[in-house]
Design a protein around this ligand. Structure first.
Ligand code: ZN
Length: 385
C-alpha cells in the first residue's frame, strides 16, 4: 500500500468526516500490540542514533530490550517493518529509529511515559559515558560580544539580513536567539561546521531546512558593515544552493510543489548568536525552538564521536513530501493571523488557510489546500460537489 493510499484508507475510517486528517504515523501506533504507544523525538536518542558507532553502542547499552530500525521515511512501510520486527522479538520494550526518535509502549499511559523517560535517560547516560573527555564543540573560537555590542551590531545588520531574505518572499520576521547555548554553538570551533552536516530530525525540516546559513565573522576584528555585507552575500549564496538542491532532488512525487522561498530559516553569527526567520513571529520562534533542539543533538553527537544527518536526497524527500506539505497547508496563509472567519461563518477546522469561510466559498480560493482540490474535495470536507 502506498502512503497516499494509506492516508485515504485511514481517513475513511474516521468517525467524524470533518476531523483533521490522521497522522502519517497512525499505523505505526496501531500495529503495535499495546494499549498505549508513545512516539517521541528525544535529543539523547536522536544523538545516540546519529553517531558512527550507534548500532554497536545501542546493542551494548540496550541488548534485547530495544530494537534498532535503520533510517526510513515514516509511512506504511516503516510501520510494517516495526510491527514485524517487534513480533519477532517479544522481549523488546522499545524501538530506536535511526536519526529520528523513540517508540515505547505499555498497558497504561503512565507505564509508557515512564518507559520513554527511562530509554531517553539511558541514551543520555550512554552518550555521556563515551564523551567524558571531550571538549564541547572544540571550545570557543570567537569571543562572545556583550548585550550592548550585540544590540548595536544587530541594529545595523538585521535590516540588511531581512532585506536580503525579502528577495523572494512577501514578508519575514526575525527572531534573535542570544541564549547561552545559541551563542556558544555559533562561536565554537566546530559548531558552524557541524551545522552544515544537516538537520537532526526529519520533523524539523519544513521549519529549519536541511541546514542553516553559517556566517564567518569575528566581532573582534570586523564591524557591522562587514557583517551586513557577509549576511547579504551569505543569503544569496544560500539561495543558490537551495535552488540547486530543489532542482537536483526533484522527483515525480514532489514536482507539483513550488519551491519555498530560497533563503535560510536559520542564520548562525559567531560571537552574536542565532537568528531565525519566519512568515510571522510565531513561525520565527518555532524555528528558534527547533534549532535549540538541533544544537543539543548536534553537540551531544559531536562529543560522542561525530554527528551524522540524513543525506540531501533523504532530507528533500521529507521536505517536499506531499504528506509533509499538508502540514504547511494547515498553517494560516500570509498575513492572516489565525484563520478566524471574518464573515462569521465559523471555523474551517481542517484548513486554516481558508480563513474559516464556508467550503463553497473557499474552494478555488485557498492557496494552501491544493492537495484537497486535486482530489475534488473542498477545503473543509463538507462540499463534495
Ligand atoms: Zn517521528
Amino acid at each position: 500500500m502506498s502512503d497516499e493510499e494509506m492516508i485515504e484508507y485511514i481517513s475513511r475510517c474516521a468517525l467524524d468526516s470533518n476531523a483533521p486528517r490522521p497522522s502519517i504515523e497512525t499505523l505505526l501506533h496501531a500495529f503495535l500490540p499495546a494499549a498505549h504507544i508513545d512516539h517521541t523525538h528525544p535529543d539523547s536518542v536522536i544523538a545516540l542514533t546519529a553517531i558512527p558507532t550507534a548500532l554497536e553502542l545501542v546493542t551494548r547499552v540496550f541488548g534485547d530490550e530495544a530494537l534498532w530500525i535503520p533510517w526510513k521515511r515514516p509511512g506504511f512501510a516503516l510501520a510494517k517493518d516495526i510491527a514485524v520486527a517487534v513480533a519477532e522479538q517479544p522481549a523488546v520494550r522499545a524501538v530506536l529509529l535511526e536519526k529520528h526518535g523513540l517508540i515505547t509502549w505499555g498497558e497504561t499511559s503512565d507505564e509508557t511515559y515512564d518507559s520513554t523517560l527511562e530509554f531517553a535517560k539511558r541514551a543520555a547516560d550512554a552518550l555521556r559515558e563515551v564523551s567524558a573527555e571531550h571538549v564541547p564543540l572544540g571550545g570557543e573560537a570567537v569571543s562572545l560580544v556583550s548585550d550592548e555590542a550585540a544590540d548595536s551590531l544587530l541594529a545595523v545588520t538585521l535590516p540588511a539580513l531581512r532585506g536580503a531574505l525579502l528577495a523572494d518572499r512577501e514578508g519575514a520576521v526575525l527572531e534573535v536567539d542570544r541564549s547561552d547555548e545559541a551563542r556558544f554553538f555559533a562561536s565554537s570551533r566546530r559548531g558552524p561546521a557541524v551545522s552544515q552536516i544537516g538537520s537532526p530530525c526529519p520533523d524539523h525540516l519544513i521549519n529549519t531546512k536541511h541546514k542553516p546559513l553559517a556566517i564567518e565573522f569575528d566581532p573582534a576584528g570586523e564591524d557591522a558593515e562587514a557583517l551586513a555585507t557577509k549576511l547579504r552575500d551569505g543569503v544569496e549564496g544560500y539561495a543558490d544552493w537551495y535552488r540547486e538542491y530543489y532542482e537536483h532532488n526533484m522527483t515525480d512525487e514532489s514536482r507539483e510543489f513550488a519551491i519555498d522561498p530560497a533563503g535560510p530559516r536559520v542564520v548562525i553569527i559567531p560571537g552574536v548568536g542565532i537568528v531565525t526567520c519566519g512568515a510571522d513571529a510565531g513561525k520565527a520562534r518555532f524555528s528558534r525552538d527547533l534549532y535549540r533542539r538541533a544544537i543539543a543533538v548536534e553537540s551531544a553527537a559531536d562529543a560522542a564521536g561525530g554527528f551524522g544527518s540524513l543525506t540531501e536526497q533523504e532530507a528533500f524527500e521529507i521536505e517536499y513530501w506531499p504528506l509533509e506539505r499538508y502540514k504547511l497547508a494547515q498553517a494560516p496563509a500570509w498575513g492572516r493571523a489565525c484563520g478566524q472567519d471574518r464573515a462569521g461563518h465559523g471555523w474551517c477546522k481542517r484548513y486554516r488557510p481558508c480563513g474559516g469561510t464556508s467550503a463553497r466559498r473557499a474552494r478555488g480560493a485557498c492557496s494552501g489546500c491544493r492537495l484537497e482540490r486535486r482530489r475534488s474535495r473542498s477545503c473543509c470536507g463538507r462540499d463534495r460537489r
